[in-house]
Ligand binder design. Structure first.
Ligand SMILES: Cc1ncc(COP(=O)(O)O)c(C=O)c1O
Length: 484
């Protein structure tokens, strides 16, 4: 059966008609592109970078091919509405929170959420009630908040209007979404999910179920991270039993360009069609490749893999084996050093931290190159192991501290500020967020009181050469704080 792609087909049809563009974009179907750009994109893609055309529908008020493409995606995922997002899951999270909540509403959120959540707190004037997630000392990574912690937080604060979870997290660990959804709904609140790392879940019982399958009211998914859409493309799904679809549509529209890129949008349509045709086999192909890499690496003495043993922790309900987290500090190198050696061998990893490197595998890794690539990865680790370096001890400042918020993110963002040297910032209130990327989790949020501990943690990450993201001074020699 031929799977339809209403948006991509409409775009292809438009390109084939060879209409002359007396309108934007200014490059006029690629005629005006710099030669290098034109040769990168090719003339078909250049001609498909079109402006708003009636036959290509309007993302702000869809009634034709875009509406149909979004409806087909909603049907596939079992949501009531799906919104195509061209500013990544960052934009989808902003819209999800602005569409579900009002200024001053209280949101229960694990403190290790992505920086996109911090942005939504500022934009929406939301009041965050932070929750400390579980922590796995062996791998040195945050896990998930427990059901009990959420229950206690909700019992303490009946004003909480929504709970936001990040599940799966960067390392593929999922929360007990079904039980949390049940609890949150009994309290009359919404369960909103940052599912940036889980657009591929729900298609095979081989991997944990999706957030929607477990009762979440909304989820934002990075289609570009684990599926076949172009970078920047995400989906926002909602259920309308509790959430207002019109309000959500207004929030999405408010935060979206009036000139969304049709190559991006149609790549979402294409990604959906691939899943519709072969979702379970795509996901199982990714899992097969990941299990094979795991099998190879398990045989390297000194390496440790994050695997189903993590489920013994009560707060972790599931684990996505396609995120292959390998603890390398037992071989006497940091994750960053191992990542450098892998890079020299022609392999780039998804993430490196003090202890670990993370390989992200998808359906597209089920290709003829992969066997050789896996052998190369194994060889790099065997070369490191052969050096017989002493295992690394955990540094003092490995666990992210959680500084206390003394004003809301929005108040701090718009307060009078000044820049001070990091070395002199202890005791001041941050006016900006500071993250290290990946994973893009703010170590400091606007409104938090800077402690010696959090500043030492920042210095430790800078020393590990993890790129800092967020502060106005990109090197973090200085930080923007509230003016005294
Ligand atoms: C947990 C999490 N949420 C949200 C995002 C933002 O996603 P995007 O890059 O699609 O904007 C990321 C990106 O890395 C992420 O890791």
């Amino acid at each position: 059966m031929k799977i339809r792609k209403p948006l991509l087909e409409a775009l292809n049809h438009y390109e084939r008609e060879k209409i002359y563009p007396c309108h934007t974009p200014g490059h006029k179907g690629g005629r005006g592109f710099a030669a290098e750009l034109k040769s990168c994109l090719g003339s078909t893609a250049a001609a498909m970078d079109v402006s708003l055309m009636s036959e290509l529908d309007d993302l702000h008020c869809p009634s034709g091919c875009l509406k149909e493409a979004q409806e087909m995606t909603a049907a596939l995922y079992g949501s009531d509405r799906c919104f195509f997002a061209v500013n990544g899951t960052t934009g989808a999270i902003h819209a999800m929170l602005l569409g579900a909540l009002k200024p001053n509403d209280r949101l229960l959120v694990p403190r290790n959420s992505h920086r996109a959540v911090a942005g939504a707190l500022v934009l929406g004037g939301l009041e965050a009630v932070f929750l400390e997630p579980g922590y796995d000392r062996n791998f040195g990574i945050a896990t998930q908040p427990s059901l009990q912690d959420i229950e206690e937080a909700l019992a303490c604060d009946p004003e909480i209007k929504a709970v936001l979870l990040t599940t799966p997290n960067y390392y593929g660990l999922t929360a007990d979404v079904a039980a949390i959804a049940d609890l949150v709904h009994r309290r009359g609140a919404f369960l909103l999910v940052d599912e940036a790392h889980g657009a591929h879940l729900g298609f095979s019982s081989f991997l944990p179920p999706s957030a929607l399958q477990q009762g979440a009211d909304a989820c934002a998914q990075s289609t570009h991270k684990t599926l076949g859409a172009l970078t920047q493309c995400s989906w926002l799904h909602i259920r309308t039993e509790r959430l207002d679809a019109e309000k959500m549509a207004s929030a999405v529209s408010l935060l979206t360009s009036t000139s969304p890129n049709y190559l991006l949008l149609s790549s979402l349509d294409a990604a959906r069609s691939q899943l519709e045709a072969a979702g379970s086999s795509m996901v199982e192909a990714a899992a097969r490749v990941a299990l094979e890499l795991r099998r190879k690496l398990q045989s390297v003495t000194g390496l440790e893999l994050l695997d189903e043993k993590v489920l013994a922790r009560g707060e972790v309900a599931g684990y996505d084996c396609t995120k292959v987290t390998v603890k390398v500090s037992g071989l006497g190198v940091t994750g960053m050093e191992a990542a450098d050696l892998l890079r020299q061998a022609g392999i780039a990893v998804e993430l490196a931290d003090f202890n670990n490197v993370l390989f992200l595998l998808t359906y597209a890794d089920d290709n003829p190159e992969i066997e050789a690539i896996m052998n190369k990865i194994e060889k790099v680790f065997r070369t490191i192991a052969a050096m017989k370096l002493p295992p690394l001890g955990q540094p003092a400042a490995i666990r992210m501290p959680f500084p206390a918020a003394v004003m809301t993110a929005r108040e701090a963002f718009w307060a009078e500020t000044e820049n001070v040297k990091l070395a002199e910032a202890a005791g001041r209130i941050a006016a900006e967020q500071v993250s290290f990327y990946p994973p893009g989790i703010p170590v400091i949020l606007p409104g938090e009181r800077l402690t010696g501990e959090v500043l030492a943690y920042c210095r430790a990450l800078l020393n590990l050469r993890i790129p800092v993201s967020g502060p106005v001074d990109g090197t973090l020699k200085k930080i923007r704080v509230i003016k005294l």
